[in-house]
Design a binder for this molecule. Structure first.
Ligand code: LLP
Length: 419
């Protein structure tokens, strides 16, 4: 469910006409609906309320301060994977005991920062990380709470780049080596084992991988008990898929039912790290048509946003719903919708049936709220788009469009080129 709807052929976000925003601030821009974000968070929480979950929003999906603050105000925690994301969580007021630090490449500095911030726990990815964490904890006279990320070796049936729980994946402890990891963690003086973590992939559209993953993790919990290691938390990760076009992901209630059935009776606290399911359909990218171009083979619609602004189609061959912001009764044609970047992968849709649009018309790319702006770059020395939040009948620019000055502000001309 989301709050982007057509009224008399014009696209609205909540009660704001999107054309009006484009006229006032220009294009391209990301646009998010406050109400949708809030509803998604509450629906997730409600579905799992029986087990009183700790919901740690995955900051990588969208780390704009205003967005993060919506989750913080709603009582959500944060899953962070860098010092920057951790800072962002603290800045928007997430209480440290609701922050979990994941990722496979935490630096010593980031670990120190997280320890000093008294975060809830670290999702530890490897033996070397455990040892470094122990060392830094020791020097700060702390005891770091950890869960080990375990790789359950299963196929989440998603895009290969989005699968993280396969044996060949770089993430987590190999399932068969996990017990050794736990023994090491138990014996390290400045480490406190708190439980187990899995994150098997993203945009998962079937329940089966979650069931398989949880079964494996729960069997490991049994093994841990035998060697005297108690499990206080299971972190189930994120990964639940959403509808972009015609996918049929499990609904929240079915996902929750499975997780609850696996966790109930274990007396273990459940942690969740949803990203896409909260933010994906809470945002769109609005662009303007620059040109139509007809070649012998194709009709191209060239828009003013590119793969630097929104990389999912180029990177994962992701298919997103695209519509004109103002619908007219135009005949459909088959087009490629492409950006201005000097790369052939710079497309948003290929061979797509689309109503005829002309220069100046606005297009909306739906499902762009997660992994949209957060993956944007300055490739081709382009300024990244503005970000806008709508609430009711008001809109707020929550990130200014970048300027040329922003692009060069950290550059330095060496002396040898100054003369
Ligand atoms: N927890 C961990 C440890 C993760 O690595 C991720 C995502 C999440 C939670 C949140 O997963 P979600 O609920 O959003 O599926 N850029 C890609 C997605 C990469 C996901 C990376 N990890 C895309 O645009 O599809």
């Amino acid at each position: 469910m989301h709050d982007f709807n057509y009224v008399n052929g014009k696209l609205y976000c909540e009660e704001v006409r999107i054309e009006k925003i484009a006229m006032e601030i220009g294009t391209p821009f990301y646009l998010y609906s406050y109400q949708t974000i809030f509803n998604h968070y509450n629906a997730f929480k409600k579905a799992l309320k029986e087990i009183d979950p700790l919901i740690c929003y995955a900051y990588k999906a969208n780390s704009n301060s205003a967005i993060c603050k919506i989750f913080a105000r709603a009582g959500g925690g944060a899953e962070v994977v860098s010092g920057g994301e951790l800072r962002q969580a603290l800045e928007v007021g997430v209480s440290p005991e609701k922050i979990v630090f994941s990722g496979n490449g935490k630096t010593e500095k980031e670990i120190g920062f997280a320890l000093k911030s008294n975060i809830l726990m670290f999702d530890v990815d490897s033996e070397m990380e455990l040892r470094l964490l122990n060392k830094v904890s020791h020097s700060l006279k702390k005891r770091a709470k950890v869960v080990l990320r375990v790789n359950p070796d299963l196929n989440p049936q998603t895009h290969p780049y989005l699968a993280t729980g396969l044996k060949e994946s770089k993430f987590g402890f190999d399932f068969n080596q996990a017990l050794d990891g736990y023994k090491l963690a138990r014996d390290l003086e400045n480490i406190k084992v708190a439980g187990i973590h899995m994150h098997i992939g993203s945009q998962i559209t079937s329940l089966k991988p979650f069931v398989e993953g949880l079964d494996k993790v729960i069997s490991l919990i049994g093994e841990l008990k035998k060697i005297g290691i108690a499990t206080e938390y299971i972190n189930v990760g994120g990964g639940l898929g959403i509808v972009y076009l015609d996918e049929e992901p499990p609904c929240l209630d079915n996902y929750a039912r499975v997780v609850i059935s696996k966790l109930s009776g274990l007396n273990i606290k459940g942690i969740f790290e949803p990203g896409r399911v909260l933010m994906g359909n809470a945002g769109i990218l609005v662009s303007k048509v620059l040109y139509r171009k007809e070649t012998a083979k194709k009709t191209f619609i060239v828009v003013d946003s590119g793969m630097n602004d929104f990389v999912r189609p180029a990177f994962y061959q992701a298919k997103h719903r695209i519509e004109p912001v103002v619908k007219k009764e135009e005949k459909e044609e088959v087009v490629d919708i492409v950006g201005p970047i000097c790369e052939s992968a710079d497309f948003f849709a290929r061979d797509k049936k689309f109503p005829r649009v002309e220069t100046g018309e606005l297009l909306s790319i739906f499902g762009a709220g997660a992994y949209g702006f957060s993956m944007a770059s300055n490739y081709n020395f382009r300024c990244r788009p503005a970000e806008v939040l709508v609430s009711g009948e008001n809109y707020f620019v929550i990130r200014q469009r970048e300027t040329y000055e922003d692009l060069i502000k950290n550059e330095k001309m060496p002396d040898i080129l100054e003369t």
